[in-house]
Design a protein around this ligand. Structure first.
Ligand code: 4AD
Ligand code: MG
Length: 480
């Protein structure tokens, strides 16, 4: 008798047949009704234990989180709340669980508490829903790009370059940290290291992605990236997943169109395939909103927001327009921003959130950022006023999140790129492999990076990035 998953069982309208299910006990009522869950859905299967089926000793062992194998007959349920239930013919306890010691009680726990027992939180309804949706979004990502003929390029986790030039890298070394070999001038001698040079965990697969795009035309990467930025915020992780498409024969306009289409596709995919879980999170959020004073409640529910984003074009503005909107805003005039606003600033999240949440109330794509605050590989816009050079960059800002996508058209002109790298004190010689893309058949090309966890935050309506990645890595936090 083959095991059937509870989701499949509940979805099939059939009754009268015999099945085997396995799962964990959520609750056991009146020595008679087991709510059994196997993680395929938040809907528990009601298992009915008829009087006399089990001895007292066994009944006592059916506690929250004990694991069971149940063979029984699927029958229509006379009770409210479920259409069918399982009339148990045999119950085997696979693993006992000491209810006294089990940290999860059948009640609502705070997210803070669940973060402390992150190793068990998958067994709650909230995290069940979140991580099934996360799975779907990952699957949809591959489907989206595969359907468009993009090649999935696996870029390295260990690298010798700093793609973003921001110096926020985790070093990878096999040298003894207490007493590394040193050169005569006292510097650590990395020629003795595993790779014969200094290496680190990747901050982005983009540069390798460009190598792929200038051969396959269109590629995407989807992998973990690492940043040692010491920002303990609800939007930053030290280890996060990024999706980075890179397209040859493509300009900033095409890049924006693809990013917008991709985000809307992901949302639509989740709405089509994760309806139950989204409805659960929608309700959860609505309950939370009710706790807040009227003035702080969000105008839209989760599902309403998601539908809105798939049905409306994103706003597109330039950086200069964004700065002018901020300078004109009541928030600026009333000195509500913590950080100053002026052309040239790297917008802070308070500024980005003002633009999307207060001003436009929808996702916004900002282009034409000052060159001085952006990475070396972005294409210089022609015809800029001296001192006010801008690049063909595009950031997508999302309500409740801030920056969700960062991308650009790349500088395909060899001299201009070399000049920029020299100006920024980047190792032009060492990055000769990268410059080869511009030496041998250079083409206009562009790409972007979507922060996967920020996307999961957006779709689930959660507010802390630690709650949408199974094992969060943040400053001073690496438990297992
Ligand atoms: O804007 P970023 O730094 O861009 C790049 O890395 C480019 N190489 C992408 C490209 O053009 N191929 O990062 C891209 C996105 C951000 O918009 C954000 O969503 C996410 O990655 N991100 C983070 N997510 C979680 N934690 C962090 N510490 C993040 N840093 C960036
Ligand atoms: Mg960025």
């Amino acid at each position: 008798n083959k095991r059937i998953k509870i989701k499949e069982l509940l979805q099939s309208k059939q009754t009268g047949h015999k099945v085997t299910v396995m799962g964990w006990v959520r609750t056991f009522r009146n020595n008679q009704f087991i709510a059994l869950n196997d993680g395929s859905t938040n809907n528990n299967l009601q298992v009915v234990v008829e009087l006399g089926l089990l001895d007292d000793e066994t009944l006592k062992r059916i506690t929250t989180s004990a694991s069971l194998k149940v063979i029984g007959e699927v029958v229509p349920s006379p009770g409210k709340g479920q259409k069918m239930e399982l009339k148990a013919a045999a119950i085997e306890i696979l693993g006992d669980s000491d209810a006294e010691k089990y940290p999860l009680q059948p009640k609502k726990h705070s997210l803070e508490f669940l973060r402390e027992i992150a190793h068990l939180r998958f067994r709650t309804n909230t995290f069940g829903a979140i991580f099934r949706i996360r799975h779907s979004l990952a699957f949809a990502t591959h489907k989206f790009f595969n359907d468009k003929g993009f090649v999935y390029l696996h870029t390295p986790v260990i690298t010798a370059s700093d793609a973003e030039g921001a110096g926020e890298m985790f070093r990878v070394t096999t040298l003894p940290i207490d007493n590394p070999p040193r050169k005569e001038n006292g510097d650590v001698d990395f020629t003795e290291d595993f790779f014969g040079k200094s290496t680190n965990l990747t901050v982005s697969g983009q540069l390798e992605g460009e190598l792929g795009a200038t051969a396959f035309s269109e590629i995407y990467t989807f992998g973990p990236t690492f940043r040692a930025e010491n920002s303990n915020t609800t939007r930053h992780l030290a280890e996060f997943w990024m999706i980075e498409p890179e397209m040859a024969f493509c300009d900033i306009e095409d890049n924006m169109n693809l990013a917008e289409e991709f985000i809307q596709y992901l949302i639509r995919y989740a709405m089509e395939h994760n309806g139950e879980d989204l409805a659960f999170l929608d309700q959860r959020l609505a309950d939370e909103e009710k706790q807040k004073p009227q003035s702080e409640r969000s105008e839209m529910g989760l599902l309403e927001k998601l539908r809105f984003v798939t049905e409306n074009k994103f706003e597109r503005i330039t950086y200069t327009e964004a700065i002018n909107i901020l300078l004109d805003s009541p928030a600026y005039k009333k000195k509500k921003f913590k950080y100053d606003v002026a052309w040239g600033i790297d917008m802070q999240s308070e500024h980005e959130r003002y633009l999307v949440e207060k001003h436009f109330k929808k996702p916004v794509i900002v282009t034409g950022y000052p060159a001085a605050i952006k990475a070396f590989y972005m294409r210089l816009n022609d015809g800029c006023e001296p001192g006010k050079e801008t690049v063909a960059a595009m950031d997508i800002l999302a309500p409740g999140i801030g920056e969700i996508v960062g991308g650009s058209q790349r500088e395909e002109r060899l001299e201009k790129l070399e000049q920029r790298m020299t100006d920024m004190h980047l190792p032009v010689e060492e990055m000769s492999w990268y410059l080869d893309t511009r030496r041998f058949g250079t083409v206009p090309h562009a790409g972007f990076g979507l922060g996967f966890e920020r996307m999961v935050l957006f779709v689930t309506g959660m507010t802390n990035i630690r709650d949408v990645i199974p094992f969060a890595r943040t400053p001073k936090n690496c438990e297992f």
